[in-house]
Each structure stands twice: as structure tokens, then as C-alpha cells.
Design a protein. Structure first.
Length: 603
């Protein structure tokens, strides 16, 4: 058997540690700095020579190699990448310290060099896509740099956490959106690895599959889909990582809101607290029940992705997406919307005071942004250019909200200005990114809901429908009409919203709901979107109107809430100008509908 004797350098930095590797043209892999022992030299002398040659540094001046290896000589058998035969490797690993800033700068300047995190080593690939030699993990385990399985402070084994390329890339994008930089990616990964390991202490390994992002990324908070390898609780889970206080808030909100004796069902995923191993009173994560069997198919995507694909491409089948909405709202109705009550208008006016517990941004803050923030002002101006003063299908919703506010300030009765609303048990933050669906054979199904942070027994029920509708349709509209000026886009969206409003009123009066507002083949994408929106409104008519016996009130409330929510979306920093314009037009058309029906409005 071929034998190879080598000296390798263990060069590390930071906490958690990163390890220096160098690209090997021979192996086409990132590998440890080092090489084969030449005649007459010791293994340590080989290590010193290789560091000098491969890094271009001077021994004793730029770096120092430890006198003894990290562990006794490591032996293992493997197929040689260069010779192509099975080889017995005898390797000694030496701690090597960079002594000067010049040495560190020289290492950083060479693109062949790469500092690797432990997850990258375990995954066998660096974040930039370059493969990492299996030699690195093998030698590290044999030398005790990393144990066969990591251990916690009590000496108990904990699982190895490995991130897929997709998950790590999406986490990097999340950090850039939330913090403006991905410089702390390695430290964030190490922190999250510890939290995930604490969440599943009996697993042998946990694979981070994907990262889910909300509309407002928060530093230090992320939602993952993970695959857990464990004899006792194997499967795929949704895991929320955040500060203890935020996790405790969600846990408490769901405990207070869920019906007595209810834990989970076909739509609501069970929620379980997971604590830090060394501080058992501090929450490390929230784990939602096994999402694999729960959804039951291989491809799991968000409802938003399913809707956008169905609207633009016809895949998954639109009918299956509509059926998923039926399943979602049927279960929301059974579990949450059974306990509601009508609430009279609040004399505090349209500053969203009557909507306490629903929106997280007051309307007054949004109005100020629409009038002062440069990006919002520009969108509002371009949208306004699409509608001449005599246009009776669109009202500038900013001006309209201020008008209603002035009416209240002048002493008008709130009953003449604001609608009655339905309050009670509701999700509070329902949108297309916290609902998962499975896709199989072009059919979407088995919706699964998570993220209960804003669940409450005193939420605004209509907010669930309005938020879901608006967030889905503004993204779909931007995708269906991606070119042209914002004014041209606004005119297209206004025509769509006006037809939607007419179809909604026809259905409200006749009790017959249709799936689309046009059969024109050139409008097929818009008709698919109309079908989605009208399906949401059909369920709103049931849960806001029919069941609580408010048949003549729900649509008035719905138009008012559409106006409010379209304005408040300006607070989402990651909203594109086109999405912002679509939300503004949605609010403006809804304002017209509301003004025509409110007691003190124009008939």
C-alpha cells in the first residue's frame, strides 16, 4: 500500500474559530497548508518549510510553529486524489501562529487562501462554492480539534449542524437586509448552530435546509426549515431563532389565544419551546411540529411563492391554490374566528387607535412618511400623475385619511366617519410568507401556518384578510407588469382594482362569487390574480359578515381596512417602488368605495 507522511499547519483565528486553508490545483480542493516530508527532514521541519513556501512567510519573524504536534501522529486510509490509489496517511498537525500584521495581510491578499468555519468544513464546501478536502475534517477529528460529536458543558453529546448552500446564502442575504452587512456571517452561524443543537439535543445531526424571510427583517431573528436526524424525533421542522423575550412573547401569545385543549391540527403547527443547554430558563428557539409528514410532500414552498407561480405561470394549478386558501380559512374559522365581537368606532379617529392589536405601525406614522420620505413622496407623485383631478375611481389615500382625521377633529360623530369593526381571536400577522404549502404533481395543498407572535384574543379580525390580500396582490401585480413608468403601472393596477371592486359588490349583493373579472385571454395572469383576491374576499364575507351576522357591515369595514393597510405598507423598507405604488393604488380605489358607502360620505 502506498504511504504518505505529511506535516500540516493548524492556523486559526477568532472565536468561534476559523481555520486557514489554501486552494490546491492538484486536488482541486481547499486543503490545509502543508505537504509531504522530504528526505532528511522531520515532520515539524516539513510543516515549517511548507508554510514558508505556500504562504510566502518567514519562520520566526512572520509565524511560529509549535514544538510538538497537536496530537500523536494521525493515521488513516483514503483514496489519493493525485495518485488514484488507496494510501495510508501518517499526518502530524502543528499549531501555527501568525506573528505580525504583515503576515496576516499577506495571507488575506492571496485569493488562494480561505478562512473556513466549522460548518463549511463539515459540509465539505466553502461559502463561495469551492469544495473543501475531506482531509481537513478527517485530520481535525483524529487530532481532537473537533470531537467525533460536539459536547455541551456537561460533557453530553450534541448534534452536528450543517447548512446547505441555499440556506447559508439566504441567511447571508437576510443579514444584509437586516443589518446592512454580512460581515458577521461566521459568528451568526456559530450562534445559530448552538441554538439549533440545543433545540434538538438528542439528534445526531441537523441539516439547515432553508431560511424564510418576513417583510421586515429583524437583526438576530430568523426562521429556518431544518431536517433532524434522530431516532426519537426525526423529521423536518420549522425553527424560529430570536432573543428570549421575543420567543417568550410568541409562546405567551399563542398560549393565551389558542382554544382550551387545542394543540395543533391540519393547518396549525404545534409550537414547542426549546431552551439553552447551559441556561435552561432561557429560550433558544421555538420548534414547530414536524413539517414533512404534516405537509406530506417533497417540495415545500410558501403560499406567496405558490400564488406568484400560479398567477404568472399557471403552475401549480390555480384551482389547487384556491383550495389551499379554502382549507386555510376554514381552519382559521374553526380555531380562531369563533370568538368575535363588533366594536364601535373610536372617537380618537383614524390614527388606527380603534385597530389596537392589529397593525404594528400607526397610520399617523405612515402618513408622515408618505409626505416626508423622499422615496415615498416620489412614488406618490408618480402615481398621482396617472389620475387627473376629475377621476372618480381613485382618491389619494393620504389626503383622504387626513380628511377623515380632520372630520373627527372638527367634532363629527365617529359613526359618520369610521366603520364598526370585528374584533376577537385572530392570527394578527397573516401573510403569504408564514403559510407553507406542499406541491406534488402540479397541485398545491396541505397549508401549514406558523409564526403566532401577534396572535391575540383582541385582534382586528379583518386585518388577517386585508394583509394577506394586499401583500399577495402587490407582488403579483409588480411581476405581471414589470416595465413602463410608475404612472402607467398605476393606471393598470387601478383598472384591475376597480374591476375587483365591482365584482366584489356584485357578489356581495347576489351572494354568488366568481373566480375572475374577465375572460379576455390577454389578461390571463390578471384573471388568475383576481381569482385569488376574490377567494380571500369570499372568505372575508363569511367570517366578517355572514357568521357574525354583519352582512351589511363587513364590506364597508373591508374597504376602510384596505385603505389603511395600503398606506401602512410604506413602513416596509424592502418594498420596491412598484409594490409601493400598487399598495397606494389599492388604498386609493378602496377609499373611493368606502367614501361612497359611509354614512357621512358622498353617495
Amino acid at each position: 500500500m502506498r504511504t504518505s507522511v505529511a506535516g500540516l499547519a493548524l492556523i486559526r483565528r477568532g472565536r468561534p474559530a476559523e481555520y486557514l486553508a489554501q486552494w490546491s490545483d492538484t486536488w482541486q480542493r481547499l486543503a490545509l497548508v502543508g505537504g509531504h516530508v522530504e528526505g532528511g527532514e522531520s515532520i515539524r521541519e516539513c510543516c515549517v518549510r511548507e508554510v514558508e513556501e505556500e504562504l510566502g512567510l518567514a519562520a520566526g519573524t512572520d509565524f511560529r510553529v509549535a514544538a510538538a504536534p497537536v496530537a500523536p501522529t494521525c493515521e488513516y486510509r483514503a483514496q489519493s486524489g493525485s495518485a488514484g490509489v488507496e494510501t495510508l496517511y501518517r499526518v502530524e498537525l502543528y499549531d501555527t501562529e501568525l506573528l505580525t500584521t504583515r503576515a496576516a495581510a499577506a495571507v488575506a491578499a492571496d485569493p488562494a487562501n480561505r478562512w473556513l468555519t466549522l460548518p463549511e468544513i463539515l459540509r465539505g464546501a466553502a461559502a463561495d462554492g469551492r469544495p473543501v478536502s475531506a482531509q481537513v475534517e478527517t485530520v481535525f477529528r483524529l487530532a481532537g480539534v473537533i470531537p467525533d460529536r460536539p459536547r455541551d458543558f456537561r460533557g453530553s453529546t450534541v448534534p452536528t449542524v450543517v447548512w446547505t448552500h441555499r440556506a447559508e446564502r439566504r441567511l447571508q442575504d437576510h443579514l444584509i437586509r437586516a443589518e446592512g452587512s454580512a460581515a458577521g456571517l461566521a459568528h451568526t452561524l456559530a450562534d445559530y448552530d448552538g441554538r439549533i443543537a440545543a433545540a434538538f439535543p438528542n439528534a445526531t445531526a441537523v441539516l439547515a435546509l432553508d431560511v424564510y424571510a418576513g417583510f421586515r427583517p429583524r437583526p438576530g431573528e430568523v426562521i429556518l426549515r431544518v431536517d433532524v436526524r434522530d431516532d426519537r424525533e426525526p423529521g423536518t421542522y420549522i425553527v424560529k431563532l430570536a432573543a428570549h423575550d421575543r420567543l417568550a412573547q410568541e409562546l405567551g401569545a399563542w398560549a393565551a389565544c389558542r382554544p382550551v385543549g387545542f394543540r395543533a391540527d391540519a393547518v396549525f403547527m404545534a409550537l414547542e419551546p426549546r431552551f439553552h443547554a447551559n441556561t435552561p430558563t432561557q429560550l433558544a428557539a421555538l420548534a414547530y411540529q414536524d413539517a414533512g409528514p404534516h405537509i406530506g410532500v417533497d417540495e415545500v414552498i410558501t403560499l406567496e411563492v405558490a400564488v406568484l407561480r400560479a398567477v404568472r405561470l399557471g403552475s401549480p394549478d390555480l384551482r389547487s391554490v384556491l383550495q389551499s386558501l379554502d382549507q386555510l380559512f376554514a381552519q382559521l374559522g374553526r380555531v380562531l374566528y369563533t370568538a368575535t365581537r363588533p366594536a364601535d368606532p373610536d372617537a380618537a379617529g383614524v390614527a388606527l387607535n380603534p385597530l389596537r392589536g392589529g397593525p404594528r405601525r400607526r397610520l399617523s406614522d405612515a402618513l408622515a412618511r408618505w409626505e416626508s420620505a423622499a422615496d415615498a413622496v416620489e412614488v406618490r407623485q408618480q402615481v398621482g400623475a396617472a389620475f387627473p383631478p376629475e377621476c372618480d375611481r381613485y382618491l389619494d389615500p393620504v389626503d383622504y385619511a387626513k380628511f377623515l382625521e380632520a372630520e373627527v377633529a372638527d367634532g363629527e360623530s365617529p359613526d359618520q366617519i369610521l366603520p364598526r369593526t370585528l374584533r376577537g381571536r385572530a392570527h394578527g400577522d397573516l401573510h403569504g410568507r408564514n403559510v407553507l404549502v406542499g406541491v406534488e404533481d402540479n397541485q398545491a395543498g396541505s397549508p401549514a401556518l406558523f409564526d403566532y407572535e401577534h396572535a391575540s384574543c383582541d385582534n382586528l379580525v379583518g386585518w388577517d384578510f386585508v394583509k394577506l390580500e394586499t401583500e399577495l396582490k402587490v407582488r403579483a401585480a409588480a411581476a405581471l407588469h414589470p416595465t413602463g413608468t410608475l404612472a402607467e403601472f398605476a393606471a393598470v393596477v387601478e383598472a384591475f382594482e376597480t374591476r375587483l371592486a365591482a365584482a366584489t359588490r356584485d357578489a356581495h349583493e347576489s351572494g354568488v362569487w366568481i373566480d375572475a373579472v374577465s375572460s379576455d385571454a390577454t389578461r390571463i395572469g390578471w384573471d388568475r390574480l383576481a381569482a385569488v383576491v376574490l377567494a380571500i374576499r369570499r372568505h372575508a364575507a363569511t367570517h366578517l359578515g355572514l357568521r357574525p351576522n354583519r352582512v351589511h357591515e363587513w364590506l364597508k369595514e373591508y374597504d376602510y381596512l384596505l385603505t389603511c393597510y395600503g398606506l401602512t405598507t410604506v413602513g416596509f423598507e424592502n418594498q420596491t417602488p412598484r409594490e409601493r405604488a400598487a399598495a397606494l393604488v389599492s388604498a386609493g380605489v378602496a377609499a373611493v368605495q368606502y367614501e361612497r358607502t359611509r354614512p357621512g360620505g358622498v353617495a
